[in-house]
Design a protein around this ligand. Structure first.
Ligand code: GLA
Length: 367
């Protein structure tokens, strides 16, 4: 085997703009300094071996094998899905040793699966191409997640993992599939990630249910205003024609959240963290009351965080139903905050939360 090459793909947190990617809206994620490292070693045969420092399961395939999803393949379904789709694109692959190491908590809504997908595609393509179009890469990995893994996610996670940039958030227009970098200058503040550590068993069915509800709400709006392109950009004056109360609430979240992203971008451009913090709080309330994707664990963390001195704002991040919340917190308050929020969380849920101080980071790269 030749000298291994190393690659890294970050996880992400979404600062604001939740459940908007599949509604044609704006999202504002940032890549973070926790992520997945991949060591690629070329072999002189047809075999691709998958190993993980974090999972005991190891497996291998041959480049010429017909590949398909199988529960038996466990975490290796992600790289196997990438290989299957690269082959469909006509890309020829060598035998290799792929060894993964992650410091991203899994199943916590920080995009560990997108990181595995993106780092795998980036490393494998990197053996034959000197320039990789990262927007293409993000789309490609999303297709793998949708069609091989079977999760009907939007584009946000793979996009953020591929195109993140240190000190910036990525403003993605999910309708146009374009992006812009928005400076994140936290000065004496820090981005805190609070992990509920709640297992998220129903997440995929609940996620798909919200997606269908949004499609239904859009249909109703289109019946009155056919030129409406997507739900995120629909005018709030059409909310009342939706009729069904649940669908109206889902649409209200989507439409108001899109406006909050626009306000947040302005606030961040002016380095106005207090306004941004208030928008985060409003986003959480909307996800809790109208979109109904938070739950007792996320609400407890967020409400306790919001009450704590030095915290400018807090909200759940990602799909919800467990997973993580984020807060913007003054650095002098970190110790007291951690103690107070963890104690309250334990008392209410019986669970121990985990806290990370995250830094913004660059997207996928060779290291
Ligand atoms: C998950 C999905 C994303 C996005 C978020 C909610 O992370 O993978 O595509 O829909 O939920 O904003």
């Amino acid at each position: 085997m030749s000298e291994p090459k190393n690659y890294f793909a970050p996880g992400r947190v979404n600062l604001i703009g939740e459940h908007l990617d599949y509604n044609g809206g704006l999202v504002l994620p940032t890549a973070i300094n926790l992520g997945v490292k991949l060591s690629y070693g070329k072999r002189n045969d047809e075999k691709i071996v998958f190993r993980s420092a974090t999972h005991p399961f190891t497996t291998s395939i041959n480049v010429s094998d017909e590949l398909e999803y199988s529960a038996y393949q466990d975490w290796a379904n992600y790289p196997i899905g990438i290989i299957h789709h690269l082959k469909k694109e006509g890309i020829s692959l060598n035998g290799s040793e792929l060894t993964y190491e992650s410091n991203l908590p899994e199943g916590a809504g920080l995009s560990s699966s997108a990181a595995v997908e993106v780092v795998t595609a980036f490393a494998l393509l990197g053996q034959s191409q000197s320039q990789i179009n990262k927007v293409w890469l993000a789309n490609f990995c999303k297709e793998v997640e949708n069609n091989f893994i079977g999760v009907k996610c939007g584009i946000m996670d793979q996009y953020a993992v591929a195109l993140g940039k240190k000190d910036y958030a990525l403003l993605i227009d999910c309708n146009e599939l374009t992006h812009d970098y928005i400076p994140v200058e936290l000065n004496d503040y820090r981005l805190v990630i609070m992990n509920t550590q709640k297992p998220r068993s129903l997440i995929h069915s609940k996620y798909n249910e919200r997606k269908t509800e949004c499609e239904e709400a859009l249909k109703k709006i289109k019946s009155a205003k056919p030129e409406t392109e997507n739900l995120a950009n629909a005018s709030p004056i059409y909310l009342d024609i939706i009729g069904d109360e649940v669908l109206r609430k889902r649409a209200k979240h989507v439409i108001t959240e899109n406006l909050r992203v626009k306000e947040s971008v302005k606030a961040l451009r002016y380095n106005d963290l207090s306004t941004f913090g208030r928008l985060m709080n409003a986003s959480h309330a909307s996800l809790r009351d109208d979109y109904e994707v938070s739950g007792i664990e996320l609400d407890t963390l967020v409400e306790e965080a919001q009450k704590t001195n030095g915290c400018l704002g807090a909200r759940m991040t990602g799909a919800g139903f467990g997973g993580c919340a984020i807060a913007i917190l003054h650095e002098s308050a970190i110790d007291a905050f951690t103690q107070k929020v963890s104690d309250k969380y334990k008392a209410v849920t019986g669970l121990q939360c985990q806290m990370y101080i995250a830094e913004t980071a660059d997207g996928v790269r060779e290291i």
